[in-house]
Every structure is written in C-alpha cells, then in structure tokens.
Design a protein around this ligand. Structure first.
Ligand code: UDP
Length: 359
C-alpha cells in the first residue's frame, strides 16, 4: 500500500505523525509531503516525531494570503502526486493545506482520507476559514475518520453516507502517549519556568485578532492582578498577534511572555498549569489527558464534547465574560484524566480500516 500523508502546519503534524508512523511501522510505503504553510512551527514539530518529509513544497511567503497558499499548494502538489501515484492520500483537520490537498487528490481521482472529519462550529465564518475547509474536505473524501460520535452525527445530518464514516477517536491522544513515553514532564518544565502555580495561555486565532484579543487579554489581566497569579504565554509568531500582545500586556510583569515552545515543552507546561485559557483547537483536546480545565476564549467551539464532559467552558471574548470564566475555572480543580476525544488507538483503527480489515 502506498499512502501519501500531506500536512503543512504545527497541529497537522501532531495528528498526522502518529498515523504516518503507524503505517511505516507496519512496513507500508508511506510518503510524507510537507507544504510548509507555517514553516518554522511545522519544522519544530517534525523534529519531535523524528519525521523527515519526502517532499517539501515550501509554499510559505511573507504575508501570504489564503488564496495564494491554495494556488501554490495546487501547483506544487500535483506533480508530486502524478509522480508517486499513491493509492490514497491522508489530510488532517481544517487548514488551507488540508483543503487544497483534498481537492487536488479529488481532481486526480485519488481517494482522500480525512483524519478528524465531522467537526462543526455551525458558523461558516468562525473559525475562519477552517469551518468552510472542513465542510469541503468532508464532501470530497472517501474515508471520513471522526474523533467522536457527535462528529459522525454532524456528517449524517449533512447527508453524507454512513458507509464512508468511521468513528476512530482523535489521533492527538496517540501523539500524547508517544510524547509522554519520551520525556519526564517535570524536569522539562523546570528548564522553562520556575513557577509552581500559573495559568497557561495561548491565543492566535484569526477571527480573534483585533478587539476580541485585546478584551481577552484585559479580562485575564484584571483577574490575575486581583488574585496575584502569573500567566505563562507562548506568543504565536503571527506579527499581528505580537503587536496586540505587546501593546496590551507587554509591560505587565504577571504575564510571562515566551517564544512558541516545542511540543514536548508545551505539554510539560500544560502538565504543570493550574488551568488553561486558549482559542486553539488542539489544546482543547490535549488538556483532558492532563486533567486540566480549559477556558475556551471563543464564541463557538467545534469540540462541545470538552464542555459536556466537564473539562471546560466556552467563555466568549469580552473582558467581563473572560474575567467571570477565570473565576469559575480557578474553583474547578480536576484530577481525572479520561480524555473524551480518544484512547490512543486511533492510528491502528485507521490503518485497519484503510486496509479493509475493519476495526
Ligand atoms: N503548541 C506547541 N507550542 C506552543 C503552543 C502550542 O507545541 O507554544 C501545540 C499545542 O500543544 C497544540 C497545537 O500546538 O497541539 C495547537 O496548534 P495551534 O494552536 O496552532 O492550532 P489549532 O489547534 O488551533 O488548530
């Protein structure tokens, strides 16, 4: 079997790597194609999983627009697919890379498998452009690998045939197990921050950039000033994010602003945090494995399983709603760690299904 795995950003590598490595370990002729939509952050993640792409399309440019990414991925991916003629291509999630690769595969009549299918926020513009990407990828794919039953129901409601849908869990849990087996979290964290008690924060979503991000930061500042707590904040590389962060909290000593950290370091920070505030999708899925409560600083979430399982709340982005959510989160001490998103066997299931072996 010759599967081709296509990815371009940090979160895609995290969720594709365990599946790709599983196929490789079974002796399959798996090919890895990086688009490098986010060059640096993708590369950092590849190192964690000791992954070396067979092809690097190197599409990233300064101030790249969504349409220019689509155009470059289309143009550079097609020759690779024509040369390699894979039996199946795997895309993950909802990035512009994933959407474009799925379309490219569809045009060439190569079956597409979508890892993490069926997520929906219900609002086409939030997250933007990811909600549209997910919907389009799901329409184009032959195999829809959903993380949860709810995601499967989302697809059925859209009229997608049941025989294309497989509930397999989320491969992020496979990735977490790989990482946990590799490092000692405490010693990793101690090399980064000398703090016993802190909130971990990540903020970067396109639709939050601007006033929403400012009010989230103000709500957090209000809370931590009152309770005298620190926030550890790896700041995304996006220059627009950096500008806002520096203006709002650059001079606040309770905010420990650091460069994006590698995945192992990030998980060690998550492991040591009191709780997490984030607008990231992936972090919402990782926190339960560490028994951490999540304040989702967004208007919508495509991962309601987190909230239903009691692991988080959707705070919105106004200063007042963030402030209130932080009060609630600080009273919520979790210690259980059964992750509603998966059991670490997702890669094995995907392998067996695509080999026609059933689950
Ligand atoms: N992450 C990381 N280093 C950081 C911040 C986040 O490795 O400094 C990881 C985090 O564990 C999560 C992923 O990056 O798995 C999330 O990526 P991002 O927030 O860019 O995308 P999203 O999850 O929103 O798609």
């Amino acid at each position: 079997m010759k599967p081709c795995f296509i990815f371009g950003t940090r979160p895609e590598v995290i969720k594709v790597a365990p599946v790709y490595l599983y196929f490789k370990n079974q002796g399959e002729n798996a090919i890895a194609v990086a688009t490098a939509q986010h060059r640096e952050m993708m590369d950092m993640m590849l190192q964690v999983f000791d992954m070396e792409p067979d092809y690097d399309l190197n599409v990233m440019t300064h101030n790249q627009s969504l349409n220019s990414i689509v155009a470059r991925v289309m143009e550079r991916l097609e020759p690779v697919l024509l040369k390699e003629s894979p039996d199946i291509i795997f895309v993950q999630g909802d990035t512009t890379t994933a959407f474009t690769a799925a379309l490219c595969g569809f045009h060439l009549s190569i079956p597409v498998a979508h890892i993490e299918a069926g997520l929906r926020s219900g609002d086409l513009y939030d997250p933007f452009p990811e909600e549209l990407n997910r919907r389009l990828i799901d329409v184009a794919s032959k195999y829809l690998f959903t993380p949860t039953k709810r995601a499967k129901e989302n697809l059925l409601k859209e009229g997608i045939e049941e025989k294309r849908i497989f509930v397999v869990g989320n491969s992020v849990v496979d990735a977490l197990e790989y990482v946990k087996s590799k490092i000692d979290m405490n010693s990793y964290r101690e090399r980064l921050v000398a703090l016993d008690d802190y909130i971990l924060l990540t903020l970067h979503r396109r639709e939050n950039i601007g006033e929403k991000m400012r009010s989230v930061l103000r709500g957090i500042a209000q809370f931590i000033d009152e309770v005298d707590l620190r926030v550890v904040f790896p700041v995304h590389k996006n220059p627009r994010v950096r500008e806002i962060v520096n203006q709002e909290v650059g001079n606040n000593p309770r905010f420990i602003l650091i460069e994006p950290v590698d995945y192992l370091q990030f998980l060690s920070l998550l492991d040591g945090a009191r709780f997490v505030v984030t607008d990231s999708g992936g972090v919402q899925e990782e926190a339960p494995s560490f028994g951490k409560f999540v304040v989702v600083a967004r208007q919508t979430t495509e991962r309601p399983e987190l909230i239903e399982a009691g692991f988080g709340l959707l705070s919105g982005t106004s200063q007042e709603s963030i402030y209130k959510a932080l009060i609630e989160a600080s009273q919520n001490r979790l210690c259980i760690s059964e992750n509603p998103f998966g059991d670490g066997k997702t890669s094995e299931r995907i392998y067996k299904i695509t080999r026609g072996e059933g689950i």
